[in-house]
Design a protein around this ligand. Structure first.
Ligand SMILES: Nc1nc2c(c(=O)[nH]1)N[C@H]1C(S)=C(S)[C@@H](COP(=O)(O)O)O[C@H]1N2
Ligand SMILES: [Mo]
Length: 234
């Protein structure tokens, strides 16, 4: 098998490199693929003076950037060396969101909502890190729907479930926010950091690895089918 050419590449604990970069996620989202989700804006709400929208074209105001990183799914597969292009989340936040914040409440959680119904929450302090991207390019091409067009979050220090695809809305919330997880509660860690193996709640990481591994191939198949079926019916 052809693995990544960096011989010295060490993977995070519990991860195994795979050759392909499959479309992946929770099974319930497998069938929600669209070749074109067709949005041109991000709706911003929560702790802002007033809800507002950012057109995808408005993003051109901020500097573009490229980043190469490995992608780690919580189920233990890793795809190495992906080249992403887009905008740093921190630049996006400074340009568009910070000026609109309601200063009576401090933002602690950021919730991303996706066109397939997916949701992910992240700590604002985690995603202001300079390696977090809002990506619209993958390996030198416009981002394809398979991997999250029109826009997806790329947060390489966090497991895949904190890398929402097809983002169309962002909510800013205080510390008290009660999140409705799309994943079963034990599967969703509030932070999902790869370095600390934050694979989920309650169970030890080795146990979660063991139950997740057998799900990889069937899940890849379900997502492949989802793309085939929904391409035909479009
Ligand atoms: N909108 C959306 N984003 C999502 C998911 C999803 O089902 N829907 N699945 C998450 C999970 S669990 C993983 S591993 C990655 C997979 O990204 P990929 O399909 O580009 O490989 O997307 C994440 N973001
Ligand atoms: Mo994942």
């Amino acid at each position: 098998m052809m693995k990544s050419d960096q011989a010295e590449h060490t993977l995070p604990i519990g991860q195994r490199e795979i050759d392909e970069f499959p479309r992946f996620g929770l099974s319930q989202y497998a069938n929600r693929y669209r070749e074109n989700f067709g949005t041109v804006q991000l709706d911003i709400s929560g702790e802002v003076k007033q809800p507002f929208e950012i057109k995808i074209d408005d993003l051109k105001k901020i500097t573009r950037t490229n980043m190469t990183s490995d992608f780690h799914c919580v189920t233990t597969w890793t795809k190495c060396g992906l080249h992403w292009g887009g905008y740093r989340f921190v630049d996006f936040y400074e340009e568009f969101i910070k000026p609109q914040l309601d200063f009576n409440h401090s933002v602690h959680w950021v919730v991303f909502k996706s066109l397939d119904g997916y949701r992910a929450r992240m700590l604002l302090s985690d995603i202001l890190d300079s390696n977090i991207l809002i990506a619209d390019e993958l390996n030198g091409e416009p981002l394809c729907s398979k991997h999250g067009a029109p826009l997806r979050l790329v947060a390489p220090a966090h497991y895949g479930y904190k890398n929402p695809k097809h983002i169309n809305a962002i909510e800013l919330h205080t510390k008290d926010y009660k999140f409705k997880a799309p994943l079963l509660t034990f599967m969703e860690h509030p932070r999902g950091r790869v370095e600390y193996e934050e694979r989920g709640l309650f169970f030890p990481a080795w146990f979660l690895r063991m139950i997740y591994r057998p799900l990889i191939q069937p899940t890849i198949k379900k997502f492949k089918m989802g793309m085939l079926v929904n391409e035909k019916t479009e």
